[in-house]
Design a protein around this ligand. Structure first.
Ligand SMILES: Cc1cc2nc3c(=O)[nH]c(=O)nc-3n(C[C@H](O)[C@H](O)[C@H](O)COP(=O)(O)OP(=O)(O)OC[C@H]3O[C@@H](n4cnc5c(N)ncnc54)[C@H](O)[C@@H]3O)c2cc1C
Ligand code: SF4
Length: 335
């Protein structure tokens, strides 16, 4: 680890002030917030991240609360993954969130890791985490060995000529089907960003992964109480049944009439894309129709319409379609 300065602010305003003036650029990470530390400490130990200044946010008051309102629920950024996954209101009103969290990491990691940190975890692309290899995300302009190299776990959706790294998280995929938004504190005050607009596709600047400004702090995640939340589900396919990142996963939310007609459908996939990824074409193919196995299959065939495979990860095209079909069947009570 390289030496760094350390601050432990006692308020959100202090945390934002403490971060101000430490501007990261493409090659160095001048500032990092420390929440659970389960991702960033590993990256610091491996010298992938070398922050000059670490702001420990674990003492910030009220950010570890889950507040249930009439129209929405607010999850503080410091809520532990395990606490959110077992919260009775989350389990009942947003099962897809509880299931996505329980399908993530291990109990030990979930007991430490926070929801805000989970959203901002870095990719698991092996080249990114190995400082002796080139990587456009780590060192802009150095190249992307994954495109013609080890890319079995990498993305087929939202990729660019510069980067095909997968967004590794599960929680954000669940949030996508719930129209969640993120409350952000910065030097200009508070702002709200739709979760769908938080992450950036790699394009020509894969080192820029979110639309957060340097020094901005995620304060909370807001979940509106939507009908699709009540009938929602997360299905994750991986190399082993626990403690592994997704090869492909799907978050599904359905609002169905009593005769089985789909009034609304929200679908997001993980493990296959560079950001949390909605499937509007699949959703549109479902709306207004009675859900049965044939419709699930036909709609899920649209999931891979924009897929660009890269050799080793070509199997994900079929896997994606099958995971979406299975996720729809399970959510709709057909499987
Ligand atoms: C072995 C292992 C297996 C895993 N498997 C999975 C898995 O299957 N699915 C999955 O989804 N995840 C998985 N993870 C990732 C894990 O969920 C994340 O490491 C964790 O959620 C990060 O949360 P944290 O609080 O520890 O964040 P930290 O490590 O403290 O921070 C992560 C990043 O977010 C920034 N940050 C943290 N909080 C804030 C905030 N409030 N505002 C702004 N920036 C912030 C930090 O500066 C840092 O850059 C795994 C991790 C490990 C170690
Ligand atoms: S896929 Fe992205 S993260 Fe992986 S080596 Fe290429 S540029 Fe780096």
């Amino acid at each position: 680890m390289t030496p760094f300065t350390y601050a432990k602010p006692e308020s959100v305003a202090q945390a934002v002030r403490s971060g101000a003036g430490h501007q990261s650029d493409a090659k160095s990470s001048a500032l990092d917030f420390f929440a659970g530390g389960t991702d960033m400490v590993q990256l610091m130990q491996e010298r992938v991240r070398n922050p000059e200044h670490v702001v420990d946010i674990t003492g910030l008051p009220q950010l570890d609360r889950i507040e249930v309102g009439e129209q929405s629920t607010r999850l503080g950024a410091l809520v532990r993954m395990s606490d959110a996954a077992s919260h009775p209101h989350i389990v009942e009103v947003f099962p897809v969130v509880a299931e996505a969290l329980l399908a993530s990491a291990s109990p030990q990691v979930r007991n430490l890791a926070t929801l805000g940190g989970n959203l901002l975890q870095r990719t698991r692309c092996g080249y990114f985490r190995d400082v002796v290899t080139p990587c456009n995300k780590r060192i802009p302009g150095s190249g992307c060995p994954a495109i013609d190299g080890q890319n079995r776990g990498l993305a087929i959706l939202g990729t660019s000529q510069r980067c095909i790294a997968t967004y590794a998280g599960d929680f954000a995929n669940a949030l996508m089907v719930l129209d969640a938004s993120v409350l952000i504190a910065g030097s200009a005050g508070l702002r709200t960003v739709a979760l769908a607009d938080l992450h950036r596709q790699p394009g020509d600047t894969p080192h820029l992964e979110t639309h957060l400004q340097p020094g901005e702090l995620i304060v909370a995640i807001e979940l509106p109480h939507l009908a699709v939340g009540l009938r929602s589900h997360y299905l994750k396919v991986r190399d082993r049944t626990s403690f592994a990142f997704a090869l492909a996963s799907v978050a599904v939310g359905l609002d169905m009439a009593s005769d089985g007609t789909v009034r609304d459908a929200r679908i997001a996939v993980g493990g296959v894309a560079t950001t949390p990824w909605r499937l509007p074409r699949v959703e549109q193919a479902l709306r207004g129709h009675k859900l049965d196995a044939e419709l699930c299959r036909a709609a899920s065939a649209l999931a891979s319409a924009d897929a660009v495979p890269h050799g080793q990860n070509a199997f994900k095209v079929t896997l994606l379609e099958r995971v979406v079909a299975r996720g729809l069947e399970e959510t709709g009570g057909l499987a």
